[in-house]
Design a binder for this molecule. Structure first.
Ligand SMILES: *C/C=C(C)/C=C/C=C(C)/C=C/C1=C(C)CCCC1(C)C
Length: 257
């Protein structure tokens, strides 16, 4: 990372957002674990996966936070790089595991037919994995133009990203028709949350192309990814719970449980 001097405000902003992210992940973990007893057996698996996602992310954020602390030392007028490199790999290792699992949460909570479930799961988890794996090499380049190594890896990663968006809109849209009306509304909402929060990551990745560099780009990226992670993992997990609850009620009312 090409760190220059960070102002007190820049350093603390990232520090505080990372700290908040750890709190959000562990808070969500406790909620989801306790809420599991409130949903029907069919939906418990989604909540189990959801709790695993926030536990893994909470652990990684703890490591990212420590890495941020040791990467800088207090100097006159701000924070200067300590010489210990900031470890960005934690974030990508985290995404590599948690992003496919987020897809598992969504597909399993719908409780579709076996064939539909396995076909959606295969497509979405493989695409999610490829999206993250292809984005990582680009993070080590900081060119300021699209026509660069950063631009190339980013573009490759965008292919599976667009494929996921397509599956979520088109294929999931079809699968939704068989769901009760209240559930359809909730699934549409979680789909919107996914599209907006996931859409933020490639935009943050492009920060250098918009002329952001050095400390500014770094602060925008770290704070932005962290807030997006809170929404895409904690907010998403709570919406999965809401869907599971609604479906549990529906099953009970219609003797389907
Ligand atoms: C909990 C973490 C989540 C939901 C992470 C999602 C990450 C992405 C949607 C990342 C996408 C990227 C691109 C589409 C292109 C540039 C490289 C990435 C990896 C930032």
């Amino acid at each position: 990372m090409d760190f220059s001097l960070l102002t007190m405000g820049q350093y603390s902003l990232v520090y505080n957002v990372m700290s908040l992210t750890i709190a959000a992940m562990f808070g969500t973990f406790i909620f989801v674990v306790l809420a599991k007893s409130q949903v029907g057996d069919k939906y418990k698996i989604s909540l189990v996966v959801s709790s695993i996602v926030v536990a893994i992310a909470g652990y990684h954020y703890f490591r990212i936070f420590q890495s941020w602390e040791s990467a800088f030392t207090l100097a006159s007028g701000g924070y200067k790089p300590s010489g210990v490199p900031f470890n960005d790999a934690y974030r990508y290792v985290d995404w590599l595991i948690t992003v496919p699992l987020l897809m598992v949460e969504l597909v399993t909570v719908l409780a579709l037919t076996k064939e539909k479930t396995s076909s959606l799961l295969t497509k979405l988890t493989i695409a999610a994995f490829l999206m993250i794996a292809l984005g990582y090499p680009g993070e080590s380049f900081h060119e300021s133009t699209m026509f660069s190594n950063r631009g190339l890896w980013g573009t490759l990663s965008t292919i599976p990203f667009l494929y996921i968006m397509y599956i979520l809109w088109v294929e999931l849209g079809k699968a939704l028709e068989s769901q009760p009306a209240q559930v359809q509304v909730l699934v549409r909402n979680i789909r919107l949350l996914t599209i907006f929060t996931w859409g933020f990551y490639p935009i943050a990745y492009m920060a250098p192309f918009f002329g952001l560099s050095g400390a500014e780009a770094q602060v925008f990226l770290q704070a932005g990814y962290s807030i997006a992670d809170i929404l895409a993992k904690c907010g998403y997990g709570l919406m999965i719970y809401a869907i599971a609850r609604e479906k549990t009620e529906y099953d009970k009312a219609n003797n389907l449980a």
